[in-house]
Design a protein around this ligand. Structure first.
Ligand code: RIB
Ligand code: CA
Length: 310
């Protein structure tokens, strides 16, 4: 089986961490590089959290770069109410056993894509600042991007506002640049990712795997699940892992072609991913948007991946 080479751009956070485990434990993809951005917390913390997670499961040979400290225009609003002060509260993780590369996130994406014999799939799962900067600075490399499968957006509803999802809300100008890039895009939106949840009972299955990755998954969910239980969700939604799962097996998701355009100027709607599936706007379709997920199959995919790890 040919492994799909991917790069994850993340703001580690609990669900970002679990998305990393899915990528590392899945034979269908090869994680070539990890870049980090501000989002759930400041980039120093999301970068550090990423190194700690990878070190914890013995993965120290993948280049990790620190990226965007701020956004094109939108002021930073950290999500410490969800992910805690560290951005990854809950598990007790040792200090990283390796450091990041000296390159910026955009430089690492550029280097990885330029040196790859195959097209690369980008899996962003935080604000799209790094990806937008790459799109603007390396137009010659866009033909070498197989697809951008990102976690973000929402056709209906939102979590950062009544109508906007956090990643696109936090940097809507960046999201617009990516959506207009012409690269094939899968938008793994809240419409599906909220249904990609893990229940308390399923969490214990991960803990019982007994390896470091399984115990880490359960401990991440112990903390992450608290917020989601408090707000009445059925389980802990694995928003970010959907961006990777949609690359591994798109058939897990109900998808619709749509035009997705960012609202940049609305008083109450800035950051909204305006999603046109009927063609009423006349705008060209630019995305495959997720509207549903086979939750049980998704959980089994993640479970199998975590079992493959240390
Ligand atoms: O809206 C959910 C997204 O915001 C996820 O990527 C989560 O990690 C946070 O970044
Ligand atoms: Ca994230």
């Amino acid at each position: 089986m040919n492994k799909r080479p991917i790069i994850i751009d993340c703001d580690t956070g609990h669900d970002d961490a679990i998305a990393l485990l899915l990528a590392l434990g899945s034979p269908e993809v090869e994680l070539k590089a990890v870049t980090t951005t501000a989002g759930n917390n400041v980039v120093d913390k999301t970068f550090h959290n990423t190194l700690k997670v990878l070190s914890h499961i013995g993965v120290t040979d993948i280049p990790v770069a620190k990226g965007a400290e701020s956004f094109f225009f939108q002021p930073h609003k950290i999500a410490d109410h969800v992910h805690g002060d560290s951005g990854l509260d809950g598990p007790e993780l040792a200090e990283p056993s390796f450091g990041g590369v000296k390159l910026s996130a955009v430089e690492l994406i550029e280097k990885t894509v330029r040196e790859s014999a195959e097209k690369i799939t980008l899996c962003p799962m935080g604000p799209l600042t790094n990806i937008a900067t790459f799109v603007l600075s390396c137009p010659d490399l866009l033909p070498k991007i197989e697809r951008i499968s990102f976690m973000g957006g929402s056709a209906v509803g939102g979590n950062a506002s009544p109508v906007a999802e956090f990643n696109t809300w936090q940097d809507p100008e960046a999201a617009q640049i990516v959506l207009k890039s012409g690269v094939p895009i899968t938008m793994c939106s809240l419409d599906a990712t909220f249904d990609a949840y893990i229940t308390a009972e399923e969490k214990e299955r991960f803990r019982q795997i007994g390896n470091k990755a399984g115990i880490l998954t359960a401990e991440l969910l112990d903390f992450f699940g608290k917020f989601h239980a408090k707000v009445g969700n059925k389980g802990a939604p694995m928003h970010d892992a959907c961006a990777v799962a949609a690359v591994i097996n798109p058939a897990l998701f109900e998808m619709k072609r749509a035009n997705v355009s960012m609202d940049l100027n609305g008083t109450f709607t800035r950051g909204c991913t305006t999603t046109d599936i009927t063609g009423v706007t006349g705008r060209k379709q630019n995305c495959d948007v997720t509207f549903g997920v086979d939750r049980e199959a998704f959980v089994e995919l993640l479970y199998s991946a975590v079992k493959n790890l240390q």
